[in-house]
Design a protein around this ligand. Structure first.
Ligand SMILES: [Zn+2]
Length: 298
């Protein structure tokens, strides 16, 4: 039995505020689940994160108040947290006094999403994410599947409503093919289950799409090995979904900004057949020479 954790990076709407939409799936055999979960816990402990989730986009943002606190780097964790919290409380009061309700709501949201990480400097937060990516990169038993859609190209050749459909179709088909290959020649078929970060809009749509795929197959394959519709879980509680979040983020940032450090750490896990990357695709105009396209057509 194989579990494939799914998460996306960027928005599927066109144009949205990102040029790419990435849906990533990370598959592991269930008998490795406990070790993976333990490794992620080790990393969280090393950075004094307790049970907090590793949500990469929020972790890697610049936290402006850290720059305004004198000698922030030389303070210990609890003092850093105390000073950032005091700074943020003041800022929220200031926005309220000014009657800036949009600014207040935005600040409150930012503070809530980043609260778990404020005791870490920007460099430490980068190390936290890199260390997590390095561990994932060493999981020889894990496979990465992804559809990375260049939305400018997509809107010129496809119906703009279908970004999410194409990405799920592709990732599910590639996971299915992988399962068929792993199970071939064995006494029993290898079965797989998709597990996704819960998001009410995505959940309904994906469930409907998967039911359709079970009935009629995807354009690429019948579903014989993937069972059920995706299970939806709370990513803040299910650490393995955060692995898919990190991979989706790393691929989108590589494609949009050329940031390759995280990408290089996780791309080894992309599913390959005869040395060619078959599990990850960059859907873009012909002639792209990014590392994904080169590895895909080699
Ligand atoms: Zn490319």
């Amino acid at each position: 039995m194989y579990l494939c954790y799914l998460d996306e990076s960027g928005t599927s709407s066109i144009p949205g505020n990102t040029s790419h939409f990435v849906l990533a799936g990370v598959s592991i055999p269930v008998w490795h689940w406990r070790d993976c979960d333990r490794e992620l816990q080790e990393v969280r402990q090393r950075f004094a994160l307790g049970e907090s989730e590793i949500h990469v986009a929020w972790i890697l943002r610049p936290y402006l108040e850290q720059r305004k606190i004198p000698r922030f780097d030389s303070l210990d964790y609890s003092e850093r947290r105390r000073q950032v919290t005091a700074f943020r409380t003041n800022e929220l009061l200031r926005l309220q006094r000014k009657g800036n309700s949009a600014g207040y709501r935005q600040a409150r949201k930012n503070y809530a999403q980043t609260d778990a990480y404020v005791h870490l400097t920007h460099d430490e937060r980068k190390s936290l994410v890199a260390e997590t990516a390095r561990r994932i990169g060493r999981w020889g038993f894990a496979r990465l599947f992804a559809e990375c859609i260049d939305k400018v190209h997509f809107s010129s050749v496809r119906n703009v409503e279908e970004v999410d459909q194409q990405s799920l179709e592709q990732v599910a088909s590639r996971f299915e093919r992988y399962l068929q290959l792993v199970g071939s020649g064995q006494d029993q078929r290898a079965f797989g289950l998709l597990i996704h970060d819960n998001n009410p809009t995505v959940a309904h749509r994906q469930t409907m799409l998967m039911r359709e795929f079970h009935r009629t197959g995807t354009p690429w394959t019948d579903l014989e090995s993937i069972i059920e519709t995706p299970l939806f879980v709370d990513s803040s509680l299910t650490a393995m979904v955060q692995v898919a979040d990190l991979c989706a983020y790393a691929m989108r940032r590589y494609l949009e900004n050329g940031e390759y450090i995280l990408f290089d750490l996780i791309f080894d896990r992309a599913d390959r057949k005869d040395g060619i990357v078959v599990g990850v695709r960059h859907f873009t105009k012909p002639g792209c020479n990014c590392k994904i396209c080169v590895a895909h057509r080699r």
